[in-house]
Design a protein around this ligand. Structure first.
Ligand SMILES: C[S@@+](CC[C@H](N)C(=O)[O-])C[C@H]1O[C@@H](n2cnc3c(N)ncnc32)[C@H](O)[C@@H]1O
Length: 316
């Protein structure tokens, strides 16, 4: 797999804000936003169908992988009012949980979705604090929310997600990305938009590898490029458990041999065979591909601050 590590650190993205203020300001922003699809999408409610269609196609491709995820349980992270739960995840999974930090959005999601037979748990929590139940989810879907987490918190969140995956599980990230090499900080909603390669490096640092990646098509001109990235742990967590057990067994064996005064060199340790989906791992595509949907090619092509403001009109 391509190593995306470079000198540029992925940490410390909220340069001028203390961590608590970064999250509180976002919570304050979202508390003013109406609990509607238009509210979730920053006035772009009309793109919801195109977005869901793109996600549906992508998810279908994941089910056609050599080692597909199960269709038992998924979770919608940063779910808002449950737009993705309702229009995407209900169509593919037996049970769907959601997690969202804003109590009013959770209440709205509950009112609209609680009676649905596939609806599972509603968690009201920031992702930076959320502890998903281990070994629970076939697909963890994170969309248009990860810019609200610092790099450090995002890496830790992904690591908790890895533990929450079932065998063959997948974490999907669908996010805006900048085409430049700089983070875009948005003081209005207290979020950042990461360059694609920065997001990929965060995923890699968390211990994830890419199994499929696609740019969303047919969004209106002038929006950030949106990428869907399907990832899996570098090592399947269940196999990691069996490997840990194997390591323990080996250690025990070593200890037993030790107590019999057998020299360590004489103990034969065979490396366990670990299936880790290598056949499916692909390189993260860390450069944004040009699309005819783009109104301009890159942010760096945009010269004036006014143009920049227009170009960066956010989906939320
Ligand atoms: C742009 S909306 C997207 C909602 C949903 N993912 C969708 O696509 O319809 C962003 C959502 O992230 C939530 N959010 C913001 N910061 C969060 C955090 N730290 N943890 C969890 N959710 C957060 C907001 O309250 C809001 O509901």
């Amino acid at each position: 797999m391509e190593d995306l590590r470079c000198d540029q650190p992925v940490r410390g993205i909220v340069e001028n804000k203390e961590r608590g203020a970064f999250y509180q300001d976002a919570a304050d922003y979202w508390s003013q936003i109406p609990a509607t699809v238009d509210g979730m999408l920053g006035g772009y409610g009309h793109i919801s169908t195109v977005d869901i269609n793109g996600s549906t196609q992508f998810l279908r491709q994941l089910f056609r992988l050599k080692v597909p995820p199960g269709k038992g349980c998924s979770i919608d992270c940063g779910a808002g009012i449950g737009r993705i739960t309702k229009n995407l995840l209900f169509n593919h999974f037996k049970k769907v949980d959601l997690v969202e930090q804003n109590p009013a959005f959770v209440a709205q999601a509950r009112a609209a979705l609680e009676s649905h037979d596939k609806m599972g748990n509603f968690y009201c929590s920031g992702l930076q604090d959320f502890e998903p139940t281990p070994n629970t989810y076939d697909v963890i879907w994170c969309q248009w929310v990860l810019g609200h987490l610092t790099d450090d918190d995002l890496i830790k969140f992904f690591q908790r997600c890895i533990r929450a995956l079932k065998k063959n599980g997948i974490i999907v990230v669908k996010e805006n990305c900048t085409t430049s090499d700089k983070l875009d900080e948005d003081p209005t909603d207290s979020s950042v938009t990461r360059p694609l390669d920065h997001l990929c490096r965060v995923l890699q640092e968390a211990g994830l590898k890419c199994v499929k990646q696609k740019r969303q098509t047919n969004f209106p001109h002038g929006l950030y490029p949106v990428y869907m990235i399907a990832t899996r742990p570098l090592l399947n967590p269940n196999e990691e458990i069996s490997r840990a057990k194997l390591d323990t067994d080996i250690n025990r064996e070593v200890c037993e041999h030790k107590s019999l005064d057998v020299s360590l060199e004489k103990v034969e340790i065979t490396t366990p065979t670990i299936t880790c989906f290598e056949e499916e791992a692909i390189d993260f595509q860390s450069k944004v591909e040009y699309s005819s949907d783009d109104s301009t090619k890159t942010e760096s092509d945009v010269s004036t601050a006014k143009e920049l403001a227009e170009k960066k009109c956010d989906i939320f």
